[in-house]
Design a protein around this ligand. Structure first.
Ligand code: DX5
Ligand code: ZN
Length: 212
């Protein structure tokens, strides 16, 4: 299992160390949450912190929960390996995918809990990652919603059948139990914020998820 710690729950006063620690503990991705106060009620910017990890060789998995997809993508592309945007915020999904690619990043597309998996299906061949939200986006520390399970299974099945090279990522309320559940339905990447950064021993938590 690929583990993607979400820095939303990290200590920003020692941001670089927080990233280096999870990397040393076995995390292959770092999940970077960005919020605009419009698509979701909260606002979180990472733009002042990301130069601090520019030289860190970890896969930078940026999740933009924003209305202005192209504006934020342009701002965060220099610091991102992949940018995931929300289908609910997009008026031109194909165009947004192409735009992010033109910035030199891989592309992910996400669905909120109320959006069916079928909505994402027409774009699977153009994506590197699909992100199934297992909580309402906007804040950490919420409980995993079981509605995510069927969507993970559905998307994984379509990707396999058609031989696409697209990861299925799950974000929100992940701990060892819910992570095991998501893994059993076909998740390739587990995002975890409070489960990892809210605990003293990052290594123990990351290993618990990596083993799934
Ligand atoms: C929620 C964010 C998540 C969040 C997960 O809107 O997209 O990445 O950090 O936090 P936990 O793991 O605490 O649910
Ligand atoms: Zn996220």
């Amino acid at each position: 299992m690929i583990v993607a710690p979400s820095v939303l729950s990290a200590d920003k006063s020692c941001f670089r160390d927080e990233v280096l620690k999870v990397q040393a503990a076995g995390a292959e991705f770092i999940h970077l949450d960005v919020m605009d106060g419009k698509f979701v009620p909260n606002t979180t910017s990472l733009i002042e912190y990301l130069p601090l990890i520019q030289d860190v060789d970890i896969f930078k998995d940026t999740h933009i929960m924003v209305m202005d997809i192209r504006g934020y993508a342009k701002l965060y592309a220099p610091y991102s390996s992949l940018i995931t945007f929300h289908i609910e915020a997009s008026e031109d999904v194909k165009g947004d995918i192409e735009y992010i690619r033109s910035l030199g990043c891989k592309v992910g597309l996400s669905i909120k809990p109320a959006t069916p998996a079928e909505a994402i299906e027409p774009y699977l061949s153009d994506l590197d990652l699909v992100l199934v939200m297992s909580v309402e986006p906007g804040k950490g520390g919420q409980a995993y919603l079981d509605e995510a399970n069927g969507k993970i299974a559905y998307l994984k099945k379509r990707i396999k059948e058609r031989g696409y090279n697209c990861l299925v990522e799950v974000d929100g309320g992940i701990n060892q139990q819910t992570g095991r559940l998501a893994a059993s339905y076909g998740a390739d990447v587990l995002v975890a914020g409070s489960y990892i950064y809210g605990h003293d021993d990052y290594q123990e938590r990351i290993e618990a998820l990596r083993r799934l």
